[in-house]
Design a protein around this ligand. Structure first.
Ligand code: ADP
Length: 651
């Protein structure tokens, strides 16, 4: 039985606005539930369950999974030095807690890289290098009463579909909310390039027909696009994967990359938004909250209130999480019709009209703006970025949107965490040696391993400065270069791992001035494995972003005993506090180096201080690294804040 809930203020407000300013609609795109009923839905009619039954089923499933993992962990014996053996896909999650150590020597079993070897392509070790005394117990996770049903709609999910922090955040937050006892599912495009072997229990769930707009002989029409829904688990988190059923005649989500594949991104994500809602509709799922990530998913909020829940009867409420306002999803109104709904429905200033295009013919829509207007709550990924959006220049063209009091009041800044199971130097099977705050010796081995592997001079005394980043203007390209030159000039070592459209400049340096340089290696590529090894080896991680909604690299650096050096902006300002600054409380631990300004000199000042501390006060440096490894950068606190916002908007 379906539950009917009252409309909330936002739903009422929007519909109210729509009724005073009616928008034209194409009759054929209005939902006609009976027409959309598919074989899948018919098959499911008998199984239709109440929300409570659904929650009970999910709870049982969760408990079963936990029990299975616990059993698996008990049966796991760490095999010392068993390098180059891939763990079974389903076992990766349970490698986090090794049995007590059986060997004393931390370097036993390391297979050192040979010259020129692409050592980062080795399979992860079957078990972590045992630490003496075993890995520290993770702190117990607080459980919430009254579990909620949350569904994320996203273009990325780590590790299977990760381009940047968005993927990390979705998986980290979903796992943290699951651990707190909530029922969480992710909906992700089934990109052709996904590593299917990393999706546990992947199976075809059903096919549905998704309304999609087409242009035919100059006319607009809506027709069904047969769509396949798959189901599986990624790191224990349930995920629905969605794509057109006939991908020989349709290139949506095809190609070898997540973005920039061989498909039209705007068409693909608009279709994806419609397909997610359509599937939830036919499978009779009414989560408490649909959490939409960035512009790719924002249109789902517009469709939800316009097509699926126009009267506000269903209990589901929506949250938009803004990871970056650099790309807000500008679209032509006729493109929006890929959803099967005319873009004209949203082309007013109070809805999704892109104000930059007023007076143009035709005027365009801004999907992020649509999401901000149509969602019940809007979050972004750090308090400082939220403040920069509301009161600084970070809102860009959405300045007037964020000036509206009713939109400002539903906007929250919640600091990201990192997934501390995935990013755990004590159990990370990608590292040549493991370590933690109490047993830091393995970090020196990781540094030696990286120096050997990359063909750098092997010298433990040289400070190793690293950057792991997308290479785009946001990340402060000129400052990354300044850090490279300054580090080498000062006798340190510099390693860059990066990719993105600013990479030609670095390629030139890599193949020219710094080719075979004993103290510098520029790896212009994307490699999750090499990234882990670099964090573990680095003494300093530089993040000189021009703006940074949150940033994860500085938090990963802290966790891996590297000292972050950052430009004071967005989430970097919320997580890194200068060692030479005034004494801070526990919320502001003195954990790194911070600079203001955007010229080379500003960066040099901070970098020089870091290199001087490293070389002249090794004991203080070691203490700083160890203290940093003890800091809580997990999702714990932040997941709780998200749950608070979920509850605040629940019907
Ligand atoms: P953004 O999302 O803007 O790229 P974040 O700091 O939030 O920045 O997240 C970046 C994530 O992507 C981190 O997990 C980082 O380790 C990873 N990353 C960035 N570039 C690379 C790369 N070239 N290879 C591997 N991982 C990378």
């Amino acid at each position: 039985m379906k539950s009917f809930m009252r409309r909330d203020a936002l739903g009422a407000g929007l519909r109210g606005a729509a009724s005073t300013k009616p928008v034209s609609r194409v009759a054929s795109v209005r939902p006609a539930p009976t027409a959309y009923r598919t074989a899948c839905q018919v098959a499911k009619v008998d199984e239709m369950v109440s929300v409570d039954e659904e929650l009970t089923r999910l709870r049982k499933e969760n408990e079963l999974l936990r029990a299975q993992l616990a059993l698996y962990q008990q049966n796991q014996q760490p095999s010392v030095g068993a390098a180059a053996v891939a763990p079974p896909a389903a076992a990766t999650k349970v490698l986090e807690k090794p049995a007590p150590a059986k060997q004393a020597s931390v370097d036993g079993g390391i297979i050192w890289p040979k010259p020129g070897e692409a050592f980062w392509e080795r399979s992860p070790r079957a078990s972590p290098m045992p630490l003496q005394g075993g890995a520290a117990e993770a702190p117990p996770v607080e459980r919430d009463g009254n579990p909620m049903h949350i569904i994320h709609i996203t273009a990325e999910m780590a590790p299977i579909a990760k381009v940047g922090g968005l993927g990390d955040v979705v998986t980290g937050l979903a796992k943290a909310a699951l651990a707190r006892g909530h029922f969480v599912t992710v909906m992700l495009p089934f990109y052709e390039c996904l590593p299917k072997d990393q999706i546990e229990g992947l199976k075809h769930e059903c096919d549905i027909e998704v309304p999609k707009g087409y242009r035919w002989d100059g006319e607009i029409r809506v027709g069904p696009l047969k769509t396949s829904v798959f189901w599986g688990r990624v790191q224990g988190c349930p995920v629905y994967l969605i794509k057109p059923a006939d991908d020989t005649n349709c290139n949506i989500f095809r190609g070898g990359r997540i973005y920039g594949g061989s498909y039209n991104e705007m068409e693909a994500y608009l279709y994806f938004c419609r397909a997610c809602l359509e599937y939830l509709n036919v499978s009779q799922q009414n989560p408490h909250v649909l959490q939409l990530h960035d512009w790719h998913a924002a249109a789902a909020s517009m469709l939800y209130w316009d097509v699926y829940n126009p009267n506000g009867f269903s209990r589901t409420r929506l949250m938009l999480t803004i990871h970056n306002l650099d790309n807000t999803g500008e679209t032509r109104q006729d493109e929006f019709f890929f959803t099967g709904v005319p873009g004209e429905n949203f082309a007013t200033i109070d809805k999704a009209l892109d104000e930059r295009t007023i007076g143009h013919n035709p005027e365009r829509l801004n999907l992020m703006k649509g999401g901000i207007v149509y969602c019940n709550a809007v979050t972004t990924v750090s308090p400082t970025y939220a403040n920069e959006v509301l009161n600084g220049g970070a809102a860009g063209w959405l300045r007037s949107t964020f000036a509206r009091p009713e939109l400002r009041s539903k906007f929250h800044g919640i600091l990201n965490g990192i997934d501390c199971e995935e990013w755990n130097p004590a159990t990370d099977a990608l590292l040549p040696a493991n370590f933690d705050a109490d047993r830091p010796a393995g970090k020196a081995l990781c540094k030696e391993f990286l120096q050997k592997g990359l063909g750098l001079e092997v010298d433990p005394r040289k400070p190793l400065v690293a950057v792991v980043s997308r290479l785009v203007p946001q990340k402060g390209i000129h400052l990354i270069k300044a850090a490279l030159f300054r580090t080498v000039e000062k006798g340190g070592q510099f390693v860059l791992l990066g990719s993105g459209h600013s990479d030609p400049a670095f390629r030139q340096l890599a193949d020219g001035q710094f080719k075979d340089h004993p103290n510098c290696r520029l790896k212009i590529m994307y490699s999750e494995r090499l990234a882990h090894m670099i964090y573990a080896a680095a003494d300093v991680v530089v993040v000189p972003s021009m703006f940074e909604p949150c940033g994860l690299t500085q938090m990963i650096a802290l966790r891996y005993g590297a000292v972050p050096l950052v430009r004071r902006t967005g989430g970097l300002a919320d997580t890194v506090f200068d060692v030479d600054g005034p004494a801070g409380g526990p919320a502001q631990p003195r954990n790194g180096f911070v600079f203001d300004g955007s010229d080379d000199g500003a960066l040099h000042g901070a970098l020089d201080r870091a290199l001087t501390l490293y070389t002249t006060q090794p004991e203080r440096w070691a203490a700083l690294q160890q203290d940093n490894m003890r800091l809580d950068v997990s999702w714990g606190k932040s997941a709780k804040s998200y749950v608070d916002v979920y509850r605040s908007i629940s019907a």
